[in-house]
Design a protein around this ligand. Sequence first.
Ligand code: ADP
Length: 483
Amino acid sequence: ATLKLTDPELLRSECWLASGWAGAEQSFAVTDPATGLEIARVPRMGAAQTERAIADADAAFPAWAAKTAKERAQILRRWFDLMTENADDLAVLMTAEQGKPLAEAKGEALYAASFVEWFSEEAKRVYGETIPSPIAGNRLMVLRQPIGVTAAITPWNFPAAMITRKAAPALAAGCVMIVKPAEQTPLTALALARLAEMAGIPAGVFQVITGDAREIGGVLTKSDLVRKLSFTGSTEVGRILMEQSAPTIKKLSLELGGNAPFIVFDDADLDAAVEGAVIAKYRNAGQTCVCANRIYVQSGVYDAFAEKLSARVAQLKVGAGTQAGVTIGPLIDDDALAKVETHVEDALAQGAKVKLGGKRSHEGATFYEPTILTGVTQSMRVAREETFGPVAPLFRFETEDEVVAMANDTEFGLAAYFYTTDAARVWRVSESLEYGMVGHNTGLISNEVAPFGGIKQSGLGREGSHHGIEEYLELKYLCSAVG
Ligand code: ADP
């Protein structure tokens, strides 16, 4: 399959390292999840190239850190401009390798760029502090300095945004970064690298290495020179990376799994709740870490909500992301589809009912029909695990206390949503949900100015917002006895 790109140079088959574009003896195929067909091949790099990238990053760090914040800001601003100008090409690449509908892919390209814009601005606002001294004559100050060499390991569900959300604050702070993108979606990462090259980001400051995840991850975590790792992906792999980072006491940012509750109270605006649920559940075919995984509906509106939701979801169109009007693309691979099927089978075996969908789509092997299940209970797998597919399980509840307890009954704590028109309840429920992010009367909460991140086993640290750059800065306290 040939991709129609305005700038064909954005389709890369080599890694972007300090020495320039580099291949390897071995390569691996990048395939289109809608068809299974090969789109391109990228290098399968391993330990040796990773060691080299770390050494080169370390060498590039002092000059990058020594640039003025304004200079770094200007370079990042150019990267942002190039991402915006090339958003259509980035979208074509993303739809090809990840599957999401073209309009959603374009949305992600702009969302990804927004982090670069934001942190290019934040670069200039890394303020220090002066502290009134308790000892006469002393001057106390706090400097904020870049951590140094950093690494990012990113997932396939947001091939562009999960990179810029890490790289932009890192580079803005004066850090350098090596990115290991997901093996399913390296082409978007390499296109971002091409744009970084065009923007004039100096050699070694931003590198993208593709290949063996375990081998590359092993070297990145083991290295003393790599001072910080930022990872987005499964809790399972996050735990492994955390363990591997222990010997070097590496700083970590972890964006891990979620199991988002979406609560609809009796007093909610049902039409608004339906729209919010469609966005929070079916965006990216249900493959986001903030996707509504459990939909709790109060008994007074349960049947009405189920009817309205199924009328609305029946309008969603399944198909390849390149087709006009498609709103639900393929799942990333056969395993993803198998997991969805297992979750639905388990729920049905335990007494749930299919309200809509509930089976594979005729569109192809990786397509699943948008599904609604009713009569779902806490003991089913859909309640305990992230389904990561287009399945909305509807749970019935009676009281606020009961639903808050059910919502919090998970080891995860990333995003939660609730719909109510009762102002006092807004505060009560917001404060009692054990989640890093809460959406009230909305199913879409993420943007570059707000802190994204989870509590409990959903991770460590925050991305985006003015907090996001802190993850790449160290505080240095200076006590000066000047007399
Ligand atoms: P998902 O379930 O979304 O694929 P993963 O956690 O498996 O999430 O993958 C997220 C990222 O972590 C990808 O870039 C993948 O290559 C990488 N990865 C997976 N296993 C390891 C590992 N053992 N060490 C380092 N990176 C890994």
